[in-house]
Design a protein around this ligand. Sequence first.
Ligand code: NDP
Length: 276
Amino acid sequence: MIDAQTLLYGVIGNPVKHSLSPIIHNAAFERMGFNAAYLAFEVNDLIGTLNGIRGLGISGVSVTIPFKTQVIPLLDQVEDIARKIQAVNTIKNEEGRLVGYNTDWCGAVEALEEKVDLKGKKVLLLGAGGSARAIGFGLKEKGSQVIISNRSSDKANELAKNLGFVCKPLLSMSELEFDVIINATTVGMSPHHAESPLPKIFLKEGVVVMDIVYQPLKTKLLQEAEERGCRTIDGLEMLVHQGMAQIEIWTGRRPDIGQIKEGLRSVLDKEIRGER
Ligand code: NDP
């Protein structure tokens, strides 16, 4: 029940009307018995919003598109990893001081490590946008051998150079063997759900295939990967893991991810398909 002790959290972004974060975070708070509420704030004035967080004593916020990089110079402190990735997706209000963190990288790594130990593994990372940068950083931390491929080769080059990885055009790699393939592009996202970012030839039995797109949950890539005997990980996994890492930063407590994921999967599936 909301009362005078209830702590307030939220997500700031634009647009955020279709964000799944309020469902995920409120479900977690309820399971933890934590007296807090989480709302979506569609923001036009970022500086005003940060002052509002300080002024009202909002305890913490998630940050999403388009503010993950813009917010960095406006914070009182930014943890090293978020600064390296050049993206903050989590802000904690520490008695009026706003501190920025990034949990996208560890959300992706934790979701992957439920299926595979990443150390030394050969990974194909598709994409060179914001999420690819965070995931690439996580893979580097874990000691994976990564090849990056992206539609715009200049961006792939830059990311590969920053992280000490290799980049190659996709079609030049069909003979190579990978342990893990990750889609961090928007290809396959609704309304383009009939598209896959990857020719089927890459989908060999036993390969771990993660798609971070979560609209729909079962993308064309994951359908094809399943048909070919790959081990698949959908976008909900990273989403929930990065969200639970945010709650740990804010509260010092780690929610039980297994319980929360199961409770959420059917609710989120309906939400994504617009049936709620
Ligand atoms: P960005 O806009 O930063 O990057 C988009 C990437 O997709 C770029 O590499 C871009 O290539 C590539 N791309 C876009 N269109 C095409 C196309 N037609 N063909 C080939 N490549 C294309 O997006 P984000 O990194 O923020 O998000 C990517 C996806 O990840 C989104 O679907 C988002 O919803 C999802 N996401 C999921 C999360 C989760 O927790 N599951 C967390 C964050 C994001 P180019 O450089 O050439 O433009």
